[in-house]
Unconditional design. Sequence first.
Length: 263
Amino acid sequence: MNALSPRQGDILALARAHGRVGVDELAGRFSVTPQTIRKDLNELCDQRLLSRVHGGAVISSGVENVGYDARRFIAPDEKRAIGEAAARLIPDNSSLFINIGTTTEEVARALQGHQGLLVITNNLNVANLLYRNPQIEVIVAGGPVRRSDGGVVGSAAVDFIRQFKVDHAVIGASAIEEDGVLLDFDYREVRVSRAIIDNARKVILCADRLKFERSAPIRIAHVSEVDAFVTDRLISQPFAEICGSHGVAVIEAMAASPSPAET
């Protein structure tokens, strides 16, 4: 690995703190041209420290996830659109699981206008969003709370979830492979997600297109096990073909937006 320049080190620190950095913001911050920043970002990406996205870069992933608060800064508009589209798939007077994730939180936020819901979750952030709503009953899984993100994980949470059989499950993934495999970082969280999938009549996977640019070490499931995939835009043709062959409905929440172009 090549030594980083002081500016590249600062850029990497900013990306780790916020999840994402933008070319224009960095150019202004360091008083250099956008072309200089693009060169810095490309060099950081060559060393697999960052991954390029439209207009900037995000922190690369491998065996450890980006911090939860930082993930909220990654693709926030896309996650909001995904949340709203996924919420439209869930009828009033139904029961559902919602697992850990910043995208699944956006689904919870978009469910505020629903009536007669029963929500079972291992995500304290989801519970905080919904518990005041008189039209939504919230049940939180028991077990150890992960300080990094408010997720309830472990065998107690798995056993708790297995007591239910719900209408819908809303799940996320940290990374998606083009062969249809869904991945995450924490085996304890994966066990909870697996229990959620196994005990729902219909499964809705919610993930933005950046998940195709990331990697994670632990297998959650295969996309053939879900009923609907809600994303901002589906950028992988092989993945689209797998969804089609397995009858997985694909909802592109921002399909009308222009395609991203690396700058």
